[in-house]
Design a protein around this ligand. Structure first.
Ligand SMILES: [Mn+2]
Length: 445
């Protein structure tokens, strides 16, 4: 059904399942590239991409920003409290159905409001989780991951597991304990730790070593509890360099991996890599994916993009085909995402306030990743970059290079060699030619 821009959709009842119509389609409510049943290599697109809808941006957020109040026009606007939570839940599963998305994700406080006590908060959560379980059973939509919101309430002003206040640490532990129980109850394929306020603003009041020790202790307790209750989903940790704190402890993939290894946690955790967090850290999305992948720790992806001109976490829907192609290249080379998926940790712009904007945004993101998957698969199939890279390092496959690779060389043998071969010829890296080839593949597909 095509709606004109003047006739906004008030609810999802009149919208049918979004269909694949191919790249010639002009229907804004159709996929142009995402054909869930198309086989790419050894899997369908749906199996490769494992799309997930993020509850917080899509169902819970109202468009509030630093300067203004909410703008979003939603069919569930007229409700409040637990009625609002129930109305959102109903709308959520309608949306999952219309977009034919196999997964979703949430923070505990997205799905049910905080009560006056932890006990009441947990009761409210239980009520929604119970209903959610029924919706999941009826729809076959699965939970990619859940996590704990330990950044919104004022108690977390100094952090959660890295707070200077032991009572806050204890509260956070209780909240994550409940979160892991929820993950088990809903068969979540992963449980995510994203350290909302785990970081610091100034070293003048911060014992950094102590806070890192506390964070590790916290994560070990989480691993122990999951084992105790038999929750076997993958634990994930999500890097981010800054915002809201000046220095977030899980700055980037490399920092997070060093932390996990330092504290003996790398056997229990993998990384959830977010595109916008990568660029905030001064890296490309594909760099962060590669770092996680070469350590065997690429777990899942928060699919979004930052704005190149804005220095904060804008969480835009991913539409940059270079980024989605190079991301899918890394994901395919990693052998897929295992229990992870492509989770749209992305929000429509504040001015895109109509309900149908949620559909357009997800369609745009799903098409961008589908296109990226197709192009990346062909690049790998044709060994476009693999052969270039293999050729580039060929000097390590023979002679002195092989000795270095095989650990047979030392500074004595290398000095002896260098004294005889002090004139050498380097070859061009051909960066521009390779980018042109990438363009060719993007345009041809
Ligand atoms: Mn973000």
């Amino acid at each position: 059904m095509v709606k004109s821009n003047l006739q906004s959709i008030r609810n999802l009842d009149g919208i049918s399942k979004i269909q694949y119509e191919g790249k010639q389609s002009t229907n804004p409510l159709a996929f142009k590239h995402y054909d869930p049943n198309e086989v790419i290599g050894d899997k369908t697109m749906k199996e490769h991409l494992r799309f997930s809808i993020a509850y917080w941006h899509t169902l819970t957020a109202d468009g509030t920003d630093m300067f203004g109040t909410g703008t979003m026009q939603r069919s569930w606007d007229s409700y409040s409290g637990m009625d609002l939570a129930k109305a959102r839940l109903d709308a959520a599963f309608q949306l999952f159905d219309r977009l034919d998305v196999p997964y979703f994700s949430f923070h505990d406080r997205d799905i049910a409001p905080e009560g006056d006590s932890l006990q009441e908060t947990n009761q409210q959560l239980d009520l929604i989780v119970g209903r959610m379980k029924d919706y999941m059973k009826d729809s076959q939509v699965k939970l990619l991951w859940n996590t704990a919101n330990m950044f919104k309430h004022p108690r977390f002003v100094h952090g959660a597991a890295t707070s200077c206040h032991a009572d806050v640490f204890a509260y956070a532990a209780a909240q994550v304990k409940k979160g892991i129980e929820t993950a088990k109850e809903l068969d979540a394929e992963n449980y995510v730790f994203w350290g909302g306020r785990e970081g610091y603003d100034t070293l003048l009041n911060t014992d950094m070593k102590r806070e890192l020790d506390h964070l590790a202790t916290f994560l070990h307790m989480a691993v122990d509890y999951a084992k105790e209750i038999g929750y076997t989903g993958q634990m994930l940790i999500e890097p981010k360099p800054k915002e809201p704190t000046t220095h977030q402890y899980d700055t980037d993939a490399a920092t997070t991996i060093a932390f996990l290894k330092q504290y003996g946690l790398d056997q229990h955790f993998k990384l959830n890599i977010e595109a916008n967090h990568a660029t905030l850290a001064g890296h490309t999305f594909e760099h962060e994916l590669r770092v996680a992948s070469i350590h065997g720790l690429l777990g899942s992806v928060d699919a979004n993009q930052g704005h190149p001109l804005l220095g904060w976490d804008t969480d835009e829907f991913p539409t940059d085909l270079y980024a989605t192609t190079l991301a899918m290249y890394e994901i395919l080379k990693n052998g897929g995402l295992g229990t992870g998926g492509l989770n749209f940790d992305a929000k429509v712009r504040r001015a895109s306030f109509d309900l149908e904007d949620l559909l357009y945004a997800h369609i745009a993101g799903m098409d961008a990743f589908a296109k990226g998957l197709r192009v990346a698969h062909r690049l790998i199939e044709n060994r476009v970059f693999e052969d270039v890279i293999k050729h580039r390092y060929r000097s390590f496959s023979e002679g002195i290079g092989r000795d270095i690779s095989e650990g047979k060389a030392n500074f004595h043998t290398l000095e002896e060699y260098a004294l005889k071969h002090s004139v050498m010829r380097n070859e061009s890296g051909r960066e521009e030619q390779l980018k042109a080839r990438l363009n060719q593949y993007l345009l041809e597909d």
